[in-house]
Design a protein around this ligand. Sequence first.
Ligand code: NAD
Length: 284
Amino acid sequence: MKDFKNKVAVITGAGNGFGFEIAKECASREMKLVLADIDEESLTAAVSYFKHKGAEVTGVHCDVTLDSEIGKMVDTAMNTYGSIDFLVNNAGVAISGPVWELPLQDWDWIVGANLMSQIYAMKRVIPIMLKQGSECHILNVASIAGLITTNGMPAYHTTKHASVALSESTSFDLQAINANIQMSVFCPGFVQTDLHHHENHRPERFSDKSDPYYSSPQYAAGLKRAEFVITTGMPINSIGMSVMNGIEENQFYILTHPIYNTLVGRRVKDILEGRGPDLKVLRG
Ligand SMILES: NC(=O)c1ccc[n+]([C@@H]2O[C@H](COP(=O)([O-])OP(=O)(O)OC[C@H]3O[C@@H](n4cnc5c(N)ncnc54)[C@H](O)[C@@H]3O)[C@@H](O)[C@H]2O)c1
């Protein structure tokens, strides 16, 4: 996609971090914006930021873990602007903890936020894009965690690998019907955002903290580790530009951290040569 002017971008998790940065790039290309977020305060601030910049912008309070809320977002976009040309499935959370300890409600939450949200949105938006027939683009925000695996975050890796697979397989399906819809999947490494504050975005129905895991040292250590890797990550300022350049060049995989390329290559080699995960190798 190269022609953005007056087209409509729908962005989830747009109140902060990557979503907000991508929205800035869309606004600078004179797109109309539909910004969705569960965080009312950051959503309101984002909407007023873009209004002040003179952009056409609408905010939708939306919990992407619910199909009905995604429906509300899509209806708002269609009722306000009459089309959806660029869908950015960005909202997500990063939850750590081994599978034998992490409470099931956290699995429901992260699968809902990182994976089902993308499925709900694509299921609703692709038929709209097909009907429009004009050039459209869908960006799923996965992570480098969708191309490699490490210890400590099985739930995050599971959802991000699934997001990559969902994007790849849907791309095949769209090509099979000659759809005028391109797909990209964004796979960055650590970037300085608010991702480690995921507890602030925990939906009410996943908020039962009676499981002893939430008062365990493992839970506290997971939060600390997340804070460390995010706050020492790459600065966010180039992210919006990397994403939009990738889309302009119709790049499918959009990567930002060449430092991880060796790990991606090593994983493929390990698969082909039958070697399993080795913590000693991972830790160097
Ligand atoms: N920051 C990183 O290092 C990094 C690396 C790779 C991938 N990612 C991915 O990028 C995406 C954006 O994360 P970020 O780093 O910008 O974090 P962030 O926390 O700064 O922004 C995420 C936004 O999503 C919103 N959100 C969270 N749950 C939601 C829900 N249920 N419904 C609607 N909105 C919700 C939050 O309110 C927030 O505004 C995520 O999918 C994350 O997994 C981040």
